[in-house]
Design a protein around this ligand. Sequence first.
Ligand code: UT7
Length: 332
Amino acid sequence: MNKIRAAITGVGGYVPDYILTNNELEKMVETNDEWITSRTGIKERRILKGDNLGVSVMGIAAVNDMLAKTKIDPKEIDAIIFATVTPDMTFPATANIVASAVGATNAFSFDMGAACSGFVYALATGASYIQSGMYKKVVVIGGDKMSAIVDYTDRTTCIIFGDGAGCVLLEPTTEDVGVMDWELRSDGSGEQFLHMKAGGSRNPASTETIAKREHYVYQAGSAVFKFAVTNMADISAQVAERNNLNADNITWLAPHQANKRIIDATAHRVGISDEKVMMNIERYGNTTAGTIPLLLWDYEKQLKKGDNILMAAFGGGFTWGAVYVKWAYNGQ
Ligand code: UT7
């Protein structure tokens, strides 16, 4: 019998309506459109405005979009994994909230925190559930409401991040398509370069942590940049080489959208030309766990059965990973 693989059989996405442009940021911090564009490739990002709206709002919208397209019955969903570092609350899991809202009443659901690598981690986890033969429909969501943890007085971080969420549906197949291979890594010594200082169990919220602005993303940008360039390129090359993927047979590179310069370095390392690189960083910025599913959402119509897609991510932790997916259906 052929090996069971997890095929991506549907994609959904959601970005909020509000567009935060570089010009608007110029009025908030000491920066300019030219610097942001040349250093990051970002022109605008989406922001979820409104009281009491958490990342679940975007996750629910993304899953509903996928359900409308695939027409599957949400009651058939076995599991929902939500990769995010900006859950609605520390607990319960945002995935539980999403499952209930979309009518996935027979699913188990949980969150996964691997920062910008969250989606590739969750995709590998979901694919393993399918490959085991135990589950038939697993939804993997990646999304973040970064505006909830970004300090809009810090020009080194507020220009980068945005809000958004995307998801995929995984189903078993015995055809030669689906999630083919992956490599995931982490290095906890990277904590010092990218973290949120307070609000966790080590340093719970207090008037002091608020006064010291410790509930925001802290990033040592240029240090993270160096690790990201090397590790995202290396792990992409590793997965490509062991699957005999090269410039000729890779159809798409789907890289985490952190910085156009990191994306370009990764593409260069695996020898891929620009037109094969999925990119929407100019419109959405860095949506953390949302970037890769939002790429699939944006490019879905162009994808064809059998396309070789190499996904790659790097983020807080440090965490990084690459996933090789052979696309399972023709985009309409
Ligand atoms: O997604 C998870 C992982 N995260 C990443 O992969 C992000 C990795 N890092 C980066 O993308 C880049 O490091 C940044 C975009 C964050 C920063 O770009 P950079 O080229 O590394 O700049 P830098 O931090 O080395 O700063 C260069 C200069 C500094 O001024 P001085 O010290 O040379 O006078 C900064 O103060 O640019 C200054 N600067 C800015 N200037 C205008 C920093 N932010 C800004 C800004 N506007 N927004």
